[in-house]
Design a protein around this ligand. Sequence first.
Ligand code: ADP
Ligand code: MG
Length: 235
Amino acid sequence: MVNQLSDPRKEAGAKTILEVRHLTKTYGDLTVVKDINFAVPSGSTCAIVGPSGSGKTTLLGLCAGLDQPSEGNVFLDGTDIGALDENGRARERAENIGFVFQSFQLIPTLTALENVMVPMELRGKGGASTATKARELLERVGLGGRLAHYPSQLSGGEQQRTALARAFINQPKILFADEPTGNLDTETGRLVIDNLFALNASFGTTLVIVTHDSELAGRTGRVIRLKAGVIVPDT
Ligand code: ADP
Ligand code: MG
């Protein structure tokens, strides 16, 4: 019977949360991402590594629906995000996707607590229960004593841990991080990464992390190597 032939990925216990098919991005005659294909199982961790200019940030932006491909598709939990209009993609990002940037990108006029609440407020879910959740997340990353600090009053590591709390408050299905330790010294970076993996473990969030940090890449389940916009096969 046909329906006894089940999906091998399901037999392995993990469904695919992100699938990229024939993904290509060109700027004029410059092709920066070339026919990329890969799939990421739900709950897994994955690093994207490669030299500067190899297309890592472009690839991450396409996967997160921040940017549109020239060709190919990105499926997030089965939804072809290229088929959505801008509102649909914005909703997808707000509800299912977290993003952490190298340069933290906190809002300077908001406190740490208010920054962490922003993704919920954008979904019309501000208020006391969100403030409680935000405080709990900040406590989880060791910032329970910094709730009322503004970004300019926080160290780089503290800003990035605030950004982690913000990225997790919606309990996204998948979190993309672009060189999250790139602006931090080794010791501070390690603390940020410890927090990232601890949150990943307790929420089951899939992580896709662009990094130059071999220690960080070594802690993920899989490493994808990019060179000049293509995936270098594993040797
Ligand atoms: P990485 O993150 O690996 O350093 P990027 O994805 O930022 O690489 O960039 C890959 C290439 O694409 C670079 O050569 C860069 O100059 C080019 N590029 C990126 N964004 C644009 C853009 N908006 N317009 C034109 N070229 C771009
Ligand atoms: Mg980059």
